[in-house]
Design a binder for this molecule. Structure first.
Ligand code: 5GP
Length: 177
């Protein structure tokens, strides 16, 4: 385990198993469509790469960078579009792929934005969900429920570190306080 972590909460093997299940579910639900999977950079990038390869039907890929966090560990309440989506969403069955839902603000705001731009449907696939969701977002595909602690690894960072850890763990408080 990395020295800055207090505890590993999700090991590589359990993540791999769950991602496979999510991929199977998506392939089954979208077997008559070619969904556009949108990766919310940068936190979802590892999950996205594994998920896409677990989906056994043709998919399209898009990438966007959104952030409601600056370099801190709590939400600022503002969604910022840092890198625009290049894919055309008009008439597409979109699946937004996110690393973690905390307040739900990021996804609520962005799902509506895509519908306004003509997406036929927008569903959400997230790896992790925290318990204190304030904004009401329907999550169709979800990996794991986790407690309300700040986690890193498997794409999730703190100040751009720890993204390449193959597991998800709780960062020691002394690292960010
Ligand atoms: P929301 O809009 O749901 O409040 O925030 C979602 C975003 O906050 C995520 O995409 C992620 O970037 C960030 N976030 C929320 N909780 C955590 C956490 O525990 N660890 C990390 N690294 N980022 C988090």
């Amino acid at each position: 385990m990395h020295k800055d972590l207090e505890e590993i909460i999700l090991h590589e093997a359990e993540i791999e198993q769950r991602v496979k299940e999510l991929g199977d579910a998506i392939a089954k639900d979208y077997k008559c469509q070619e969904p556009l999977l949108i990766c919310i950079l940068r936190g979802a990038v590892i999950f996205f790469a594994d998920l896409c390869r677990a989906i056994d039907i043709p998919v399209q890929m898009g990438f966007v960078s959104l952030s409601s966090y600056k370099d801190g560990t709590s939400s600022t309440g503002n969604v910022e579009e840092r890198q625009k989506l290049m894919a055309d969403v008009k008439g597409k069955a979109v699946i937004l792929v996110e690393d973690i839902i905390d307040t739900g603000l990021t996804l609520k705001d962005y799902s509506q934005n895509l519908l306004d731009r003509g997406a036929e449907s927008v569903e959400i696939c997230c790896l992790l969900k925290k318990p204190e969701q304030v904004h009401n977002v329907d999550v169709q595909y979800q990996g794991f429920d986790i407690e309300n602690r700040f986690v890193v690894g498997y794409g999730l960072d703190y100040a751009e570190q720890y993204r390449n850890l193959p597991y998800v763990g709780i960062l020691k408080k002394e690292i960010y306080s």
